[in-house]
Design a protein around this ligand. Structure first.
Ligand SMILES: [Zn+2]
Length: 165
């Protein structure tokens, strides 16, 4: 199952099942589960303008993790770069994901700061990055544009297997 979110009337964000499972494996269902996160990698489809998340990086030994905090280490950049090399430079950096120990996740001030830093300082194609937060009940996705506009994406449909490939 893929998740499809509406970005603009012409653009959708598609999280493929593989990437979804990678993130959901770290959902904080138990009280001792710590926050997890990483970077998202994928493709900008030329014909449809859709953005496809194929893969995410998962927690690294060098991250600092607790129940209510996640500090991403520089290792994630290396993971993304290795994928980029492996995929003959077609793998794009699309944003950052992390988990929250809540049913229905909402971004904290720390999250918003982190996202602003990423949008202002990271190198990426297009005019926005995407920021999913994986809760215990659902995944919500926010997008922040280069101009600084933050908004949540609406989940369009849960299954788009055919359209993603
Ligand atoms: Zn957070």
């Amino acid at each position: 199952m893929n998740l499809v979110y509406r970005v603009t009337p012409k653009q959708r964000l598609i999280i493929v099942e593989h990437a979804l499972k990678q993130m959901q494996a770290f959902a904080q269902h138990r009280w001792w589960d710590r926050e997890a996160g990483g970077v998202m990698m994928g493709r900008h489809l030329l014909d449809s303008h859709d953005v496809v998340v194929d893969e995410v990086s998962t927690p690294q030994d060098t991250d600092r993790r607790s129940r209510f905090n996640f500090f991403r280490s520089r290792m994630h950049e290396q993971v993304a770069r290795q994928r980029w090399l492996k995929e003959h430079s077609t793998s794009a950096y699309l944003g950052l994901w992390h988990t929250h120990p809540e049913h229905d996740p909402t971004p904290s001030c720390v999250d918003r700061n982190d996202w602003q830093h990423a949008v202002a300082g990271d190198t990426y194609e297009g005019d926005r990055l995407f920021f999913p937060i994986v809760g215990t009940h659902c995944i919500r996705v926010w997008t922040l544009s280069r101009r600084g506009a933050l908004r949540e994406l609406k989940l369009e449909k849960k299954n788009a297997r055919k359209e993603s490939t």
